[in-house]
Design a protein around this ligand. Structure first.
Ligand code: PHE
Length: 492
């Protein structure tokens, strides 16, 4: 309808001078006229020129005063013509904002005497503010000084109005020609197709965004790290067990039973089943021995090792529990078939009984790598770490001596973060102790170098996320997942 109105009008008139007036004359919504102009313009039926008009319009407060009168007049009228009224009494008649503005304006105008008692100082007042507001509402012109004072009181604001002037365009026709968008069977049968005009293809049109799934940043990071490990010749360990016995999680790792990490404040223990069913008994015996009295050149911890403590089920606190199982298996295989060097990795979830804050969750993911071979040294570990982290885009590493019950020596790994302008801890590493490897049954000269880090830390650094709860858990915004980059340049 809007389109036809425009085309018909232009058939007999040079120009539509103002789309706003035109819309009002036709009784069509201006927005609709504007849409029709844009569409006709696109097909060169019309030419159009922007018109911008700035008009003053009433704010909500302005509208209220235009209807009810200005606060100062409302206040004046509430004061008796003779005598006076107590200020408290007067106040009760108004809402607080109106009363406050009314008092100050009526006082400024010297209309009333304000004290404990309020009385009139003039006989009659005019509501100039209301009159001005009504004029603006009717689009009448008012003086600049009045505009300024209404604007200062935030009763009016400037609104920009956009419209168009319209003339015939190079392809003008009194009726829009209909183009066929499809060539149908009927067109072919009837012979229509010879006369039909077809709509040109728009090869520049954007297609609708394709609906597809999106990978979570942690999954993308996990894939990327898996690829790095595989390129470096590592095999993935099977991590499909969240529930682990204390034995594999702690004891096999030479972590003493009174170690604070084994407290329920730090570890989630299971209620059912609360204990493990099966452990390799002869190995358990050797682990007990090494805890109690050492061996293999160690003095042990010198305490009474308790089987019940080792049997307790828990949610694994680190993936090193998986490494201990795998190394035990490898040692058994070594006894039968001789030793084969191995490179293993895992990336999976671990659980800790921690207070949740912006950098900690009670569950997170660990990345773990280990190499088991004869004659490995700390130098090998540093070299492998440098290679591994370089592929993640971190080439500037520093190492700091650290302590783990199962590694000696141990090193924390730091990387210089250009964005943060400081060294940040990115992982932990070390050489597994003989007290861990020897009871498993490895030959004496077999060494294991290993390291672990959280998956969340590098993901947060890479994706610029500073609160872990924005990355993982129920508060994650799906848009983060949809909009996160597909890949990062510089990571292999
Ligand atoms: N298990 C350690 C942690 O949870 C990481 C680690 C793995 C350290 C292997 C040394 C060797 O932080």
């Amino acid at each position: 309808m809007a389109e036809q109105a425009i085309l018909s009008y232009l058939e007999t008139h040079e120009e539509i001078a103002d789309s706003g007036n035109f819309a009002a004359e036709c009784g069509i919504d201006h927005a609709e006229i504007v849409n029709a102009i844009k569409s006709l313009h696109g097909f060169l039926y019309v030419e159009s020129q922007d018109i911008k008009k700035e008009t003053w319009v009433l704010t909500d407060e302005g509208k209220r005063y235009a209807a009810e009168g200005s606060p100062e007049v409302q206040l004046f009228l509430a004061v008796p013509a003779e005598g006076s009224i107590a200020k408290d009494e007067l106040q009760k008649k108004f809402d607080p904002a109106i009363f406050k503005i009314g008092c100050s304006q009526a006082g400024k105008n010297k209309w009333v005497e304000m004290g404990r008692q309020v009385s009139r100082k003039v006989v009659q007042v005019e509501d100039k503010v209301k009159d001005l507001l009504l004029k603006i509402q009717k689009a009448q012109v008012i003086g600049q000084a009045d505009i300024n004072s209404l604007k200062a009181r935030k009763l009016i604001v400037l609104q920009t109005w956009k419209g168009y002037s319209v003339r015939k365009g190079p392809s003008y026709a009194p009726q829009r020609e209909k183009f066929a968008t499809d060539l149908t069977r009927e067109n072919l049968q009837s012979g229509d197709w010879e006369k039909l005009k077809f709509k040109a293809y728009n090869f520049n049109a954007k297609g609708p965004p394709s609906e597809c799934g999106h990978l979570h940043p942690l999954n993308k990071m996990k894939d990327c790290i898996k690829r790095i490990f595989r390129m470096m010749g590592f095999e993935e360990m099977a991590t499909n067990r969240y529930v682990e016995s204390s034995f594999w999680n702690f004891d096999a790792l030479f972590q003493p039973q009174q170690h604070p990490a084994r407290d329920s404040h730090d570890t989630f223990f299971l209620k059912t089943p609360s204990t493990t069913m099966q452990l390799p008994e002869d190995y358990v015996e050797r682990v007990k021995q090494v805890h109690e009295s050492g061996g293999y050149g160690s003095r042990g911890y010198n305490y009474e090792w308790k089987r019940e403590e080792a049997n307790k089920n828990l949610l694994r606190t680190h993936t090193t529990a998986i490494s201990s199982r795998m190394l035990y298996k490898l040692a058994q295989d070594t006894k039968q078939n001789g030793f084969t060097p191995k490179k293993y990795f895992s990336i999976d979830r671990v659980f800790r009984n921690e207070a949740v804050d912006r950098t900690h969750l009670a569950e997170f993911h660990q990345i773990e790598g280990l190499i088991c071979d004869r004659g490995l040294t700390l130098g090998h570990l540093i070299g492998v770490l440098e290679d591994f982290f370089k592929r993640l885009g971190m080439s500037n590493l520093r190492f700091k001596p650290a302590y783990n019950p199962y590694t000696e020596p141990s090193m924390e790994i730091f990387s210089y973060h250009e964005g943060f302008g400081k060294w940040v801890e990115i992982g932990n590493s070390g050489m597994f102790r003989p007290e861990m490897l020897q009871p498993m049954g490895f030959p004496e000269d077999v060494r294991v170098i290993a390291w672990g880090l959280s998956l969340e830390r590098p993901t947060m650094i890479l994706y610029g996320i500073d609160n872990i709860r924005d990355l993982f858990g129920h508060r994650v915004d799906l848009d983060l997942i949809k909009k996160s980059p597909l890949c990062f340049i510089g990571i292999k």
